[in-house]
Design a protein around this ligand. Structure first.
Ligand SMILES: Cc1cc2nc3c(=O)[nH]c(=O)nc-3n(C[C@H](O)[C@H](O)[C@H](O)COP(=O)(O)O)c2cc1C
Length: 187
């Protein structure tokens, strides 16, 4: 019974099987699920690298990447997560955006998430991810989410990080027109 629910799609740009940025994205998606969204995630590390680099394989790889792009097309909200590599988002994350047509994100809202080893590259959210989304016509929630290891207790977001997760989810839901702008309602 998901046909009428707007889609919130996670896009994970981490190659790590136990990714901290993906964990934060999952927490945002959980909040959006609570606000009436269907949720799914595209793990870019599971897609064929050649096809992501615009070298079609004429087979299953093409179909897998096409399905990911169709999910993006259908989504109302994108929850974009990446580790910081060399002061910005990963090359892996960038691949999917390079395959999108101009204005592919028009009318869509993005939640921006990055994790790094220190606070030094916090601005990669605003200097890297935000213009990336804007270049395709997308609108990003004001609250970006940046986290380091200090923001996790036993692998789970600590209260400070959780506060930003809730706020970003509330903003994304409101911007996409699917719910009211109330932190209290976010649960
Ligand atoms: C190749 C590479 C480059 C990195 N560069 C940075 C960096 O410039 N700044 C930073 O804060 N962390 C850097 N890191 C650390 C990762 O951003 C950090 O471990 C992140 O939390 C991993 O997220 P993930 O678990 O989602 O993959 C780098 C890690 C790798 C493997």
């Amino acid at each position: 019974m998901t046909a009428d629910r707007p889609l919130a799609l996670g896009i994970s740009g981490s190659p790590s099987p136990d990714s901290s940025s993906r964990r934060v994205a999952s927490a945002v998606l959980q909040r959006l699920d609570g606000r009436g969204f269907e949720t799914r995630t595209v793990d870019l590390a599971e897609l064929p690298a050649d096809v992501l680099l615009a070298r079609p394989d004429g087979g299953e790889g093409d179909a897998a990447v096409r399905a990911a792009l169709e999910a993006v097309e259908r989504a109302s909200v994108l929850v974009v997560s990446t580790p910081i590599y060399r002061a910005t988002y990963t090359a892996l994350l960038k691949t999917i955006f390079d395959l999108m047509p101009q204005d592919a994100l028009s009318g869509k809202v993005a939640v921006l998430i990055a994790t790094g080893y220190g606070a030094g590259h916090l601005l990669a959210i605003d200097h890297g991810l935000r213009p990336l989304i804007a270049s395709l016509g997308g609108l990003s929630a004001a609250t970006g989410i940046y986290a380091t290891a200090d923001h996790f207790d036993d692998g789970n977001p600590n209260p400070a990080l959780d506060g930003r997760i809730v706020q970003a989810a509330v903003e994304a839901a409101a911007l996409s027109g699917a719910a009211g702008l109330s932190v209290a309602e976010a649960g």
